[in-house]
Design a protein around this ligand. Sequence first.
Ligand code: G4P
Length: 557
Amino acid sequence: MYSIDETEWQNKVTDTVVQKLTHQQTYNFITLATLNEEIQRRRTFAIISHPDAGKTTLTEKLLLFGGAIHIAGAVKSNKIKKTATSDWMEIEKQRGISVATSVMGFNYGDYKINILDTPGHQDFAEDTYRTLTAVDSVIIVVDVAKGVEMQTRKLMEVCRMRNTPVIIFVNKLDREGRDPFDILDELESELKISVRPLSWPINIGERFKGVYNIYENTLDLFQPDKQKVTERIEIADINDPRIDEMVGERDAAKLREDLELIDGVYPEFEVEPYLDGKLAPVFFGSALNTFGVKELLDCFVKIAPSPKPVIAEERQINPDENDFSGFVFKIHANMDPNHRSCIAFVKVCSGKFERNANYRHIRSGKTMRFAAPTAFMAQKKSIVDEAYPGDIVGIPDTGNFKIGDTLTAGETIHFKGLPSFSPEMFKYIENTDPMKAKQLDKGLRQLMDEGVAQLFTNQFNGRKIVGTVGQLQFEVIQYRLLHEYGAQCRWEPVSLYKACWIESDDPKALESFKKRKHQFMATDTQGRDVFLADSNYVLQMARTDFPKITFHFSSEF
Ligand code: G4P
């Protein structure tokens, strides 16, 4: 019989344990290495602009470079037209089509790029704000003739709140526009961010000859072409006589003068302040002519951040943690009333998301398994087995999810709420069919969970007030309540200026304010106190009379 003495036995056991541990560690190491590689190569961002500046055109050209589409015009056909009319059915129909274009993923070299689409119509601005919480950086498109417009200013405020890194693309250089130095000044003062041009145009409009790429020391000569990618010419330095040959002596001299001025006025470009959201590199080009787009993309993949850690209420969540976590930032309703399913868009924040794995839905405490999660590649939606931080997964849903919900491998994590901004328009919502009060309540609750609009309940008379960014949303709500929930409602006017979330370190001051303004106090869907100011004057007076109260125009403070 084989015998073994005690010490030998001990040694054997230890050896086996060590061997096992080593295997496990090796496995962990490989998994971690893959996870890290996948994280490092991801770039998740949104393109934002005022309607008509060229967001759709630029998106399309980026997809063209990534090989995700082969002809220009493919994205355009899915675009939500920015009609001034309130033909929202048409818009919603197009929104239906646009599920596939909500996230556009493609590979570019070693990088995996995820572009998150934001609605063009400004009545859906709230959707855009929420999408911005799911991106790691943004590209802002500005029209060279129009400069910074209202919508861009607002969106930039949201970026600033989260220190989102920003790259600016000044578009439509093939058209007459403003002096590029003026544009830079305006970008700085209006968007409240330092700028640093990384490319510089040689004339604009009819005399536009090309762009000097400061970042790469190349000269790109302009050839109007909607489909082809421009050829670039490598330049040794700015004094290279070939520049004179190509653009003419006068323009070459002007270019040298401009670049000298830029070097004198703007600090050297550094990646750190860009990543901190303090400095925006600026590129010039023409999206329609595919000009300056590749330069933008090449620089973008190099400097833009890969998925960053996310601060949850409990702790900071790092993307390279083993366990999966993610949050719902958008819910896309199916407009077909016969199929009440929605798609919840989940941004993966840490670990690897796997199909059919058990995940915990933190708000309900339920364990869920997703058999058919979808990913978005090259405008196509397909079932995926796994996804990494930075990726967006679409999950078919029948009303379980709410915007802001967290999913994890088990740990209780609450990602900080997505901000709500004060609506611009307010209306009382009234039930017109007393038999359907329950349906109305349910419908309204679900539409608010989807983030269609904001609901406030007046603390004084209990009336419900719906707040939106634009008129279209009232029509959407009324139509959907009727067609999806069988509930009828009508709108009644209420004259309000802003909704302000209030807080104070002094509970007495808060109580006395609420008492004084009791007719204008409301509760939002999270149970927070909101002051509904009926005019700017009233708001200013309230600020003067109640210095201990802080008034916030967004729910995240
Ligand atoms: P948006 O998504 O930001 O709203 O803008 P979009 O790309 O739809 O562009 C708005 C208009 O500006 C489009 O013209 C588009 O062709 C044009 N455009 C975009 N980039 C450039 C550019 O670099 N140069 C010039 N000259 N025009 C540009 P449209 O007539 O409104 O639409 P369409 O008929 O071309 O579809």
